[in-house]
Design a protein around this ligand. Structure first.
Ligand code: NOJ
Length: 502
């Protein structure tokens, strides 16, 4: 009782002071059947870029220009999981996870994106799934983690509305081949990144530049393609295979920088442009968020765009899209501070459309990635934000993790990151009634971090990139995570501090 009182006193004092001190840990356990996972994606780990009939994907082609990647590297070998997947399964088994989140390389199973199937590619995923099952680990499978077959990009990629047909064909193949063994499907990982960084700012493959136009067009097609893959599962596969399908969105937490109303509105607007853009059509009222509609429509009109740069869903599309997810997949990493900043009306850019300015509190711990600060309070706030705006859906935290540049095994900052972020997930469940049903650490191992190459390491296992056998070695964070999983949470008796470093 006295403990509880002291706890709340601290929380209230912290909130009143406006500082971001860590609240005391909540010592409690997760629900009994909680999903504990580690995550990767195909292009970041598989290598085997041209093995056994695989087609080229947009990252294979984009990175032939070495200047687009910080260290000039490619994913041609990466962690070589195409050959070394058993090492991954062994690592997962030692963690004690219930699930492994990985993705299927579209061009490995359909070299041209549509049409002829590459049987050796299909067989690879069958071997991986069989090895997981043998280790008592369930697959949680992402269909699209950014590696579009180049053949489809050559036809316009995510800017071509036909992509909904192409994606449905690919999804059908995956459900047919793997669906008896896969009970959790994630259609698309972080459509925001595909739309804004792939087709808007162009800092990711395929490197197209259309920050205020292509961004919204590709975003629209991503939503429709997701919905088609979901409805296919729902009508033709779910009745017999009995699994779930959903989408994963990346949402960082935006806190108002001060207590002005305009800053509070700016923070909510930033959340809507980032998360609401995809969540509102799927989990909300079936259209884009009102504030996004208003901002982009107004600016489009002033800039001479008719119709608006932000597309509109037809009544039929709304029906397709609304409710097309059995869970809300959340990738949460970091937070920032927000104020209103009215931008020059002539700028045609998704960023400028928001009329905000975001910054970081210099007191926050940083990481190996400029964009990633340690803000565990944002995890809980983001979960509550989803609960309140989208009718308290089931949520799977499909990614959460921390980068460094050193790759040291005694990665104590990563331990700190996981401890506080996971504890905030627990508080969201126990104190706030948020329905989080699973959590995946990003990432199982150091891997190819897109435009940052191998310079930013997110693994809870390190990979020995200096030798051809690419051995995986557990880091302190991996041991810490394993203990959390064993305890199914935070126990006072074993406060997760007694883990061996290495
Ligand atoms: C989200 C992406 O899904 C993943 O591919 C990436 O490596 C992590 N964020 C870290 O940036």
């Amino acid at each position: 009782m006295a403990m509880k009182f002291a706890y709340w006193l601290l929380v209230i004092a912290g909130a009143a002071a406006g500082v971001y001190v860590d609240e005391p840990l909540l010592y409690d356990t997760f629900p009994p059947d909680f999903i504990w996972a580690a995550a990767t994606s195909a292009h970041q780990i598989e290598g085997g870029w041209d093995a056994d009939g695989k087609g080229l994907n947009i990252w294979d082609v984009y990175t032939t220009n070495s200047s687009v990647v910080l260290d000039g590297s490619t994913g041609q070998t990466a962690c070589n999981s195409y050959y070394f997947y058993q090492k991954d399964v062994n690592a997962l088994q030692s963690l004690g996870v219930s699930h492994y989140r990985f993705s299927i390389s579209w061009a490995r199973v359909l070299p041209n994106g549509i049409g002829e199937v590459n049987q050796p590619g299909v067989d690879y995923y069958k071997r991986l799934i069989a090895a997981l099952k043998a280790a008592n680990i369930e697959p949680m499978v992402t269909l699209y983690h950014w590696d579009l077959p180049q053949a489809l990009e050559d036809m316009g990629g995510w800017l071509n509305p036909s992509i909904a047909d192409w994606f449905e064909e690919y999804a059908r193949l995956c459900y047919t081949e793997f669906g008896n063994d896969v009970k959790i499907w994630i259609t698309i990982n972080e459509p925001w990144v595909v739309a804004y960084q792939g087709y808007g700012s162009g800092i990711n493959a395929p490197g197209k530049y259309g920050p205020g136009t292509y961004t919204y067009q590709s975003g629209h097609n991503l939503i429709l393609a997701h919905a088609r893959a979901y409805r296919l599962y729902e009508s033709e596969f779910k009745p017999t295979q009995q699994g779930k399908a959903g989408i994963t969105l990346n949402i960082n937490w935006y806190d108002p920088k001060d207590n002005q109303t305009s800053s509070q509105e700016a923070a909510e607007r930033a959340m809507q442009f980032l998360g609401g853009w995809f969540a509102n059509p799927i989990f909300g009222d079936g259209g884009y968020p009102a504030v996004m509609r208003q901002k982009v429509d107004e600016k489009s009109a002033a800039q001479g765009y008719n119709p608006s740069r932000l597309p509109v869903f037809t009544a039929e599309e709304k029906l397709l899209v609304q409710g097309s997810s059995d869970f809300f997949g959340l990738n949460y990493y970091t937070g920032s501070l927000t104020i209103e900043k009215i931008q020059d009306i002539s700028i045609v850019d998704y960023g400028a459309d928001q009329d905000i300015e975001a910054s970081y509190d210099p007191a926050w711990y940083g990481s190996g990635s400029g964009w990633l600060k340690i803000t565990p309070f944002g995890m809980r706030n983001t979960l509550k934000w989803i609960r309140d705006r989208f009718n308290n859906p089931d949520i799977i935290v499909t990614e959460n993790g921390f980068s460094d540049n050193a790759g040291n095994l005694d990665d104590l900052m990563r331990v700190y990151y996981y401890k506080h972020n996971i504890n905030n997930v627990l508080k969201a469940i126990k104190t706030d009634g948020v329905k989080v049903i699973g959590y995946a650490a990003w990432s199982l191992m150091d891997n190819y971090e897109w435009g940052s190459g191998y310079t930013q390491k997110f693994g809870i296992f390190s990979v020995d990139f200096a030798t051809a056998d690419l051995n995986r070695t557990v880091k302190a964070s991996g041991r810490y995570y394993a203990q959390l999983i064993r305890d199914n949470g935070f126990t006072v008796d074993q406060p997760c501090n007694n883990y061996p470093i290495y």
